[in-house]
Design a protein around this ligand. Structure first.
Ligand SMILES: [Zn+2]
Length: 141
């Protein structure tokens, strides 16, 4: 007997999460492309606290593209109905880790820019503006 195929459109929780993750990555790639086109040069996943998605090493500006689900975006985060406690705890850990990375980076003299994945998708020019501002605000040494 053939195994039953899952009904189209019905995704398991892990499949849904995998989709969320890949969508986040898309926003990050999209942002990187535009920054590159603007002539900004950066390093990807530079070895720093929190492993910033984009790092302007000479300028000491670290950029994180935070996924709306994984980092608890105030607009889009909805706790999953099943395993609510697990997901609440997971979010709490993620957010704590983010804040810890921010303070460690600040201590090291880095400016931190955090953007939500949805901001990249909805209004990339505003995101570019914020990053450009941070990059040009820092003094060269
Ligand atoms: Zn969002």
């Amino acid at each position: 007997m053939r195994p039953r195929l899952r009904k189209r459109g019905k995704l398991s929780k892990s499949e849904q999460m995998a989709r969320v993750r890949s969508k986040d990555t898309d926003s990050e790639i999209r942002l990187r492309k535009v920054l590159w086109q603007k002539g900004l040069r950066y390093r990807v996943r530079f070895k720093l606290p929190g492993t910033p998605d984009i790092a302007f090493v000479k300028k000491r500006v670290a950029v994180f593209v935070d996924g709306c689900f994984w980092h608890g975006c105030p607009v889009h985060y909805r706790a999953p109905m099943s395993n609510a406690e697990f997901w609440t705890e997971k979010l709490r850990i993620n957010v704590n880790r983010d804040r810890l990375a921010d303070s460690r980076l600040n201590e090291m003299g880095w400016a931190v820019v955090r953007v939500w994945a949805h901001e990249v998708n909805d209004d990339i020019s505003q995101v570019i503006q914020r990053i450009t501002k941070a990059v040009t605000a820092t003094t060269d040494n």
